[in-house]
Design a protein. Structure first.
Ligand code: AP5
Length: 210
């Protein structure tokens, strides 16, 4: 199955895409992760993307379209994939339709105030990439899984989160109508009180694989 995960920053796209990847063995393709890895490695792609990401703006369409097109040609994508954070604009969606056949677009919907709370407390392991919330860390700044240092993403600063939400509303939310018009959209209204396990079950129900 070829899936798209849509939704505002912090709605849980990465969390649930990773769970599906581990349960069903199909790769999660996160353009955000790919761009952050390029920044860490200091590649030309990373150097050009860094200022957009740190400001909470979108990286230019032609850059992300190129990296996704190349990634989807890899062997591990031939039995399906989960696109997490791509497409993010209508031109990206139109480009994608030229080189991929999408089966479903899953939209995770969550209120802005919950997103701000989740993202401002999010910490990411610098080694294994696992994410945690400060409320579950008991004041520790090391990864409960591998013991390495936890860091805050630069774009999880409060002003940048607000900008990312604005960018989402203007540039990405139109994709909800775009995929609805194609009969591919499923929406999960995420309950802010639900655990990640409970939301994951809702995700699988929406995809028809529970
Ligand atoms: P990207 O990395 O894709 O960031 P994002 O879309 O802003 O999404 P996040 O990773 O912040 O959140 P998420 O929805 O994955 O939520 P998560 O599962 O972590 O992109 C970063 C930047 O890269 C962009 O701003 C842009 O500059 C650039 N970029 C990327 N793709 C691009 C594209 N296609 N075009 C142009 N530019 C692009 O969950 C959030 C937190 O909530 C976690 O701590 C998690 O543990 C917690 N959580 C999740 N679910 C639950 C639950 N049910 N209960 C409690 N906590 C939960």
């Amino acid at each position: 199955m070829n899936l798209i995960f849509l939704g505002p920053p912090g709605a849980g796209k990465g969390t649930h895409a990773q769970r599906l990847m581990h349960e069903f063995g199909i790769p999660q393709i996160s353009t955000g992760d790919m761009l952050r890895q390029a920044i860490k490695a200091g590649t030309p792609l990373g150097l050009s993307a860094q200022r957009y990401i740190e400001a909470g703006e979108l990286v230019p369409d032609e850059v992300v379209i190129g990296i996704v097109k190349e990634r989807l040609q890899a062997e591990d994508c031939q039995k399906g994939y989960i696109l997490d954070g791509f497409p993010r604009t209508v031109p990206q969606a139109e480009a994608l339709s030229q080189f991929a056949r999408i089966d479903m677009a899953l939209n995770l919907s969550l209120a802005d105030e919950v997103i701000i709370r989740r993202l401002s407390g999010r910490r990411v392991c610098s080694q294994c990439g696992s994410t945690f919330h400060t409320s579950n860390l008991g004041g520790k700044d090391t990864c409960p899984k591998c013991g390495e240092k936890l860091v805050q993403r630069k774009d999880d600063a409060p002003d940048t989160i607000r900008n990312r939400l604005n960018v989402y509303a203007v540039q990405t939310a139109p994709l909800i109508d775009y995929y609805e018009g194609q009969g591919l959209l499923r929406t999960v209204e995420c309950d802010p009180e639900a655990t990640a396990d409970e939301t994951y079950l809702q995700v699988k129900e929406a995809l028809g694989i529970a």
